[in-house]
Design a protein around this ligand. Structure first.
Ligand code: PXL
Length: 273
């Protein structure tokens, strides 16, 4: 008999284009060797040119999905992506407490505070940002905002390493164990420098910047790779370092698809060439 792999749960939306959302999460989990579980929050209608709209799933169905898999299969780590509405966020927070996922439990929880797609289309109803801050950040072992999300959440404008550190401190005030302030959107910098902090340690993770237009799903893929490493038992700095290595290769091997922004690709992990 084959042994059961580790499991990772994504609580997120569907991308009909297959490059971001639960599709990015599941292909990353697969490439990283963990079994992916899903609580679907919303169905987006989109392609490489942008998001045409979305329909959210009712909050009871979201929580029922989490309880169904957590109770039977067990969850070794979890993450959130697109959550769509404040009602879903409140319901998810309550349910995570019930099934013992998040800070203060054995099961690490990563919050990727998705507010908009890279094309600028909103993926979150307006009142929901505050709910992410108050309901999810205190339960998160790690939050992974990009610079646009940092600005929405704290009003700090990150332009260099000093303001990146300021942002990390401001975000930790909301109660997460760790924060990863991703520097990929500082386009002037020749490197992508991310800052990981728990308020005591400030760890800089530096990597190359690849010239590509095709970065759809990059944030989701990185957060999922970190979640997969946590599910396999890595500590936070180790999991983030692994996630960073993983996303670098996915960006390096991103491919064109459609007339707009193509997806980052985890295929390298399956068929190394
Ligand atoms: O990359 C953020 C994201 C998350 N979830 C869904 C998305 C996107 C970006 O388009 O569509 C469903």
């Amino acid at each position: 008999m084959t042994t059961t792999p580790r499991t990772a749960l994504t609580i997120a939306g569907s991308d009909s284009g297959g490059g971001a959302g639960i599709q990015a999460d599941l292909r990353t989990f697969f490439a990283c060797g963990v079994h992916g579980l899903v609580a679907l929050t919303a169905v987006t209608v989109q392609n490489s040119l942008g998001v045409q709209g979305f329909t959210e799933i009712d909050a009871e169905t979201v929580t029922a999905q989490i309880k169904a898999v957590a109770g039977d299969m067990g969850v070794n780590a979890a993450k959130t992506g697109m959550l769509a509405t404040a009602e879903i966020i409140y319901a998810v927070a309550r349910t995570l407490d019930e099934v013992h996922i998040g800070q203060g439990t054995e099961v690490p929880f990563v919050v990727d505070p998705v507010a908009a797609s890279m094309t600028g289309d909103s993926l979150l109803r307006e009142e929901a940002l505050e709910a992410i801050r108050t309901e999810l950040f205190p339960r998160a072992n790690l939050i992974t905002p990009n610079l646009d999300e940092v600005r929405l959440l704290t009003s700090v404008r990150v332009t260099d390493k000093t303001t990146q550190r300021e942002a990390a401190k401001a975000l930790l005030e909301f109660g997460s164990g760790w924060v990863l302030v991703k520097g990929g959107h500082m386009y002037e910098s020749p490197e992508c420098v991310d800052l990981l902090s728990d308020g005591t340690d400030y760890l800089e993770l530096s990597g190359p910047r690849y010239e590509t237009e095709n970065t759809h799903g990059g944030g989701d893929t990185m957060a999922s790779a970190i979640t997969a490493s946590l599910a396999k038992g890595a500590d936070m700095p180790g999991a983030v370092a692994e996630g960073k290595r993983f996303i670098e290769r996915c960006v390096a091997e991103a491919y064109p698809l459609g007339a707009g922004v193509g997806p980052v690709s985890p295929f390298w992990r399956l068929a190394p060439n």
